[in-house]
Structure formats: structure tokens, C-alpha cells
Write a protein that binds this ligand. Structure first.
Ligand SMILES: Nc1ncnc2c1ncn2[C@@H]1O[C@H](COP(=O)(O)OP(=O)(O)OP(=O)(O)O)[C@@H](O)[C@H]1O
Ligand SMILES: [Mg+2]
Length: 620
């Protein structure tokens, strides 16, 4: 008997078809069931109810929104606002499916600026919880309350605005109720939704209470104060202000420096036209912008607002509206990437003093004392770069003059002692002048503010990296593999390899299908010949598939250079002369992103005279 995919026989499928056919004629679903099915998508858990209710309050022009939760929102969610309210005659309509005051046509939908537009949220919530709605418009003598269960109306005392209460979530759909998590977990989700909404609208006052205890009380303010309140002082001390625009696009907010990077994605807030989104395209753009300065397993922290013409973004692609689709996806990606990258790369001179204490808390901090150095590859690489006329690659002559422990087997550092070039009218060197070296690890320098401490290896690594990047604007040298690397590839991987053949060549790769399900890699960039080729190729193909070609090339090359720079940088426990140290300081000042090494660790820190005074309890 012929077997179908999955091992079932044709007879099985024939039988199943006949059972289905015999079941019933096609009938419209009852309204309640329709709503319950829709609710499955819109109202996933208490937090989604909260999101819909707060969005409605904001759409109604509320200036103050008060949220009260009981038992993680499962027992009840109550949202009270001082917005425009709903007229008595429209209360029942507000609960009806597909009834909305926010859009009236397809054209409206394409330009929608309100949070709501489907007229579906309240109906969905009412189908899975006990919902009551009390509201009073400005011209009404008193409020009215409607009970969603029977649409009965009763007069109610209310100053103005709207109060919606959703109780006993999923009381009538026990199967779903089972999926709810512990109270603490559901509350945590609600708290997160609350934070998102509060960050989206700092101009609105918010409060949140759980089991009658107040968790947040936020007065109307500006974004900076709201972000400080919700994300904490530590985040704020480590952020740069984002403010960029290009044509119709505008990006504002705060992006944390890598010193405040996080092990998880918990402090990532991206809003598109005021709507919180978790969008693949946007998070990719952000990740790329941080790629140079953040270690792989750390996540950046940010609060960002992208504004654009509503017609340029489709918000109607996800049931919870958490994903969007951009008309000009590539343009948006480029804009966000460049805006952030520029900002994070701002040179040292423009930086304010970085508080020493904050560095101590940067958990990405980890000293690398022993790293295998790939000597031949490094030498070949230097040859290549000097042949290409690359700037400032370490020279060896100076090296002989300074005493250096023998047998280190490391590529020479060779900072030429030179006069600090002071352009007319420029102030003293921001990082000051070297005093001494500490345990072969740190440079101590004196500047106008006090003491500067530099992590020698990290700083040198950063400088090398930026230089290699400059020198290698073209194709890196390729190495043919004696034995091609064969691996089982998916159809998508093979298709991508063929489609992007030209880009791969430019990156220094050569590969071709070796069978219907196999790829053969014949050449790789020389510097990667010793690495895990299959893994690298897989990652590359997957990125190529999803994102603009130029980005992939940038990202992979930079990763490669980061590794080289790390191996090429001066090791700890090497003594440097004072002029060498000064040269390093000057190069740091001239290098983009010199305040972070390639792994996102800080490269230097300042201890001001005031900091030192405090250490010795000296009043000034
Ligand atoms: N807090 C409120 N204040 C004033 N009017 C409200 C409030 N909540 C709901 N409404 C009214 O009830 C209508 C239905 O709300 P509902 O959330 O179901 O749909 P929507 O917001 O229009 O669209 P969506 O389903 O996308 O949220 C709204 O269009 C609005 O007119
Ligand atoms: Mg709504």
C-alpha cells in the first residue's frame, strides 16, 4: 500500500474525509463563539486585557489612568480614566464586535494613528470575562453602567471618564484558564505592559496597584524623568540621548552604553508611532548598531521612539499589534542602524566623564589574561594590510629600544614616542599624560580632572580593530581549502548560497552545491581558515536570507576583525615606556568608540580629584 508523508495510508485519509463530510453542513458560528475564538488571539492573558484597556483610555484622551489588579489580574482588572467617556446610547455598541469610533474606511485604516481600530477588544474581553463598563461624558448628568452579560443599563455615580472592570478571566473557558501561570508570573506580565504604556506616554499620569498595594505612582512628566523612574538611575547614568531624523523618519529616546548591557532582553523598549513593538527588522538594526561594541551574549538596553507617516507602516499584521510592517523596510532599517551606530561611535572627546563606580557594576567585566595567539595568521594579515597601505600598523623598530620580557612570542606593540600634536586652540589631552604602569595591566595617567585608569589590552584592542577596519575596506585575502568543507544543507541554504554568490565572493568565500542536499565550501577568508567553517557559513547564509546584503558583509567582516584585534593587542603583563603609554592615550583619543573594547568592556575610567577626596574623607 502506498504510504503518504507521515506514514499514514491513503485509506486513512479517505476514511477521515468521509467522516468529516458526514458530520454537518456548513453553518455560521454563534456570536459568542466567534468572540471567544477571536479572544484566543487578542486576550492571551491578563496582561493583554490590561494593554487593550489602557490603550482605549489613551485613545479617549485620558490625562490620568489608574489600574487596579487583583491576583495577577486573573481575579480582576480595573482601569479608570478621565477621558472623553462614552454616551449612554453607545455603551452597548462599545461592547459589540466590529464597532469602533476610531476608523470608518480603508483609507482611515491605512493612516490609523490611534491604538485601536478593529472594534474588537471589548467584545473579546467580554466573551471570556465578566465585564462591566461605567462611563460618563462631559454633558451627561451622571454616569451609566452597562453589564456585558445581559447589556442591562443602570445609572451610576461617576465624576467623569470611564471605568472598565474585567473579572474572573476565562471563567467560561476552563481550557484556557488552565494555561494561566502563577499569580506572580501573570502580575509580572501586567507590570511589564504597564511600563510599556507608561513609557509610551510620559505626558499622562499613571498608577498601578496590585492586591490593594500601590506599585507605581507616576506623575505626568517628560520622557527623561519617566525613563529614569521606570528603568532606574543606573540605566540613566549610562545612556546617550538619541535624536536623529531623515526625511519623514525620526528616532528619539535613550540608548544605553554597553557598560549597562544586560544578560537578558528586559530593558528593550521600541515604540513605533507610540506603539510598543517587538519587531524583527528593528531589533536587528539595533543589534547591528551595537555589534561592534557589545559582547555576543549581552543585550543592549534602550527606550527608542520611531516616528513616521502612519501611511508608511502597517499595524494590522498581528492580533496583538506587536509586530508591524514597514512600506520602506530597508530604508527604516538603514536609518535606525546608522542613527544608533553614529551615536554609539561618537569619539571620546565628546564624552562626559564616566563615573568610576558605574564601571565596577558592569557585569560584562572580565579580564582576559591568557589567549591563544594565532601567530602566522596574524603575520600574514599584517603583511597584507601594509601591502594595502593601511595606516598605522605597528612597526617593530621602536620595540628594540624599550625593554621587554623575552619569550613572550607576541606580535610587537611598538608605539612610537612622538610629540602630541596640539591643533591651535585645543585644550589639554582629554585622557591626560601617563604617570606609570600598574602590574603590567593598567596605565595610570593624569588629566585635568584627576586620575585616568586605562586597561591597556582593552584599549589597544579597540584601536587595532578600528584600524584594521579602515585598512580592510576591500575583500579580505582568501584561502583555498585543500579539502573542501562539505556539509548537509537545507534547500533554503543552497538557494541562498546561489542567490548571493557574488556577495559571498566579495566576503572571501567560495562555495557551490555538491549535491541536491549538500554544499561544498572551497575557499574562505584566510583569517578564518582555522575556524569552524560550517558554523560560520551557516550563520552567514541565514543572515543573508533575512537582511540587506550590505549589512551582512559589514557584520561578518567586523566580527572577523574583532577576533584579530583581540589577538593582536598588547597582552597584559607587558611593560610599556612612558612615551609608549602616551602614544596609546593619544591614539585612544583619536579612535572612534575608544571608550569600549570590542567585547563591550570599558577601556578606561576616570577618578576625579573629588572622587579621590571622598576616598580619604577630605572635605574641600
Ligand atoms: N476608556 C474608554 N473611553 C472612551 N471610549 C472608549 C473607552 N474604551 C472603549 N471605548 C469606545 O469603545 C469602542 C470599542 O472599544 P474596543 O477596544 O473594543 O475597540 P477599538 O479600540 O475601537 O479597536 P481595537 O479592537 O483595535 O482595540 C471604541 O472604539 C471607543 O469608542
Ligand atoms: Mg481598543
Amino acid at each position: 500500500m502506498r504510504q503518504e508523508a507521515g506514514g499514514r495510508s491513503r485509506a486513512f485519509y479517505r476514511k477521515r474525509q468521509s467522516i468529516i463530510a458526514a458530520m454537518n453542513a456548513i453553518k455560521p458560528l454563534p456570536d459568542l463563539l466567534i468572540s471567544q475564538i477571536a479572544a484566543g488571539e487578542v486576550v492571551e492573558r491578563p496582561a493583554s486585557v490590561l494593554k487593550e484597556l489602557v490603550e482605549n483610555s489613551l485613545d479617549a484622551g485620558a490625562r490620568q489612568i489608574d489600574v487596579e489588579l487583583m491576583e495577577g489580574g486573573v481575579r480582576s482588572i480595573r482601569v479608570a480614566d478621565d477621558g472623553g467617556g462614552i454616551a449612554k446610547t453607545e455603551l452597548a455598541l462599545a461592547l459589540a464586535r466590529h464597532a469602533t469610533s476610531k476608523i470608518a474606511s480603508l483609507i482611515d485604516l491605512e493612516r490609523v494613528a490611534s491604538y485601536g481600530f478593529r472594534g474588537e477588544a471589548l467584545a473579546s474581553i467580554a466573551s471570556v470575562a465578566r465585564l462591566t463598563l461605567t462611563s460618563r461624558t462631559i454633558d451627561a448628568a451622571h454616569g451609566w453602567r452597562i453589564d456585558a452579560a445581559d447589556l442591562s443599563l443602570a445609572p451610576a455615580a461617576l465624576g467623569g471618564g470611564t471605568v472598565i472592570e474585567a473579572a474572573d478571566l476565562y471563567f467560561n473557558t476552563p481550557a484556557r484558564r488552565k494555561f494561566l501561570k502563577q499569580e506572580a508570573t501573570e502580575y509580572a506580565h501586567c507590570d511589564e505592559v504597564f511600563r510599556r504604556m507608561a513609557l509610551a506616554r510620559p505626558d499622562v499620569a499613571f498608577s498601578l496597584a496590585h492586591n490593594r498595594s500601590v506599585k507605581h505612582r507616576l506623575a505626568a512628566t517628560d520622557l527623561a524623568s519617566r525613563a529614569r523612574e521606570l528603568l532606574g538611575e543606573e540605566f540613566f547614568a549610562q545612556t546617550r540621548v538619541v535624536e536623529a531624523s531623515a526625511g519623514e523618519l525620526r528616532l528619539t529616546g535613550f540608548a544605553a552604553l554597553p557598560a549597562y548591557s544586560r544578560p537578558g532582553r528586559d530593558a528593550q523598549y521600541f515604540f513605533v508611532n507610540g506603539r510598543f513593538v517587538r519587531d524583527k527588522l528593528l531589533s536587528h538594526a539595533v543589534r547591528q548598531a551595537y555589534a561592534d561594541i557589545l559582547h555576543g551574549n549581552r543585550h543592549p538596553a534602550y527606550v527608542l521612539f520611531l516616528e513616521l507617516d502612519p501611511a508608511g507602516v502597517d499595524v494590522n499584521v498581528h492580533p496583538a499589534k506587536i509586530e508591524v510592517r514597514f512600506r520602506e523596510a530597508r530604508g527604516v532599517h538603514q536609518f535606525v542602524f546608522h542613527a544608533l551606530q553614529r551615536l554609539l561611535a561618537a569619539p571620546l572627546e565628546q564624552l562626559t566623564t564616566v563615573p568610576a563606580a558605574a564601571y565596577a557594576t558592569a557585569s560584562g567585566w572580565q579580564r582576559q589574561t591568557s589567549l591563544a595567539v594565532n601567530e602566522p595568521a596574524l603575520a600574514a594579515f599584517y603583511d597584507f594590510v601594509s601591502a594595502a597601505g593601511g595606516p598605522g600598523i605597528p612597526q617593530t623598530e621602536v620595540d628594540q629600544e624599550t625593554s621587554r620580557p623575552e619569550g613572550s612570542g607576541l606580535a610587537p606593540l611598538g608605539y612610537a614616542p612622538y610629540e602630541v600634536p596640539h591643533p591651535e586652540g585645543s585644550g589639554p589631552a582629554p585622557l591626560g599624560y601617563a604617570l606609570a604602569q600598574l602590574h603590567g595591566i593598567f596605565i595610570l595617567a593624569q588629566n585635568a580632572a584627576g586620575l585616568v585608569l586605562v586597561d591597556m589590552h582593552a584599549a589597544h584592542e579597540r584601536i587595532l580593530y578600528e584600524r584594521l577596519k579602515d585598512a580592510l575596506a576591500d575583500t579580505p585575502p582568501t584561502q583555498q581549502l585543500l579539502i573542501p568543507a562539505l556539509f548537509a544543507a537545507s534547500e533554503t541554504e543552497i538557494a541562498t548560497a546561489e542567490e548571493y554568490a557574488a556577495a559571498l565572493t566579495r566576503l572571501g568565500f567560495e562555495m557551490a552545491p555538491a549535491g541536491p542536499r549538500e554544499l561544498a565550501v572551497r575557499a574562505v577568508p584566510a583569517l578564518l581558515a582555522n575556524g569552524s567553517i560550517v558554523e560560520l557559513v551557516r550563520a552567514l547564509l541565514s543572515d543573508l536570507k533575512d537582511f540587506p546584503e550590505s549589512q551582512v558583509i559589514e557584520a561578518r567582516r567586523n566580527e572577523l576583525l574583532a577576533t584579530m584585534a583581540c589577538h593582536g593587542a598588547v597582552r597584559a603583563r607587558r611593560s610599556l615606556s612612558i612615551p609608549e603609554m602616551n602614544a596609546l592615550l593619544r591614539q585612544m583619543e583619536a579612535t572612534d568608540r575608544a571608550d569600549q573594547c570590542n567585547h563591550g568592556r570599558p577601556t578606561w575610567t576616570q577618578m576625579t580629584l573629588a572622587d579621590l577626596d571622598r576616598l580619604f574623607l577630605r572635605g574641600r
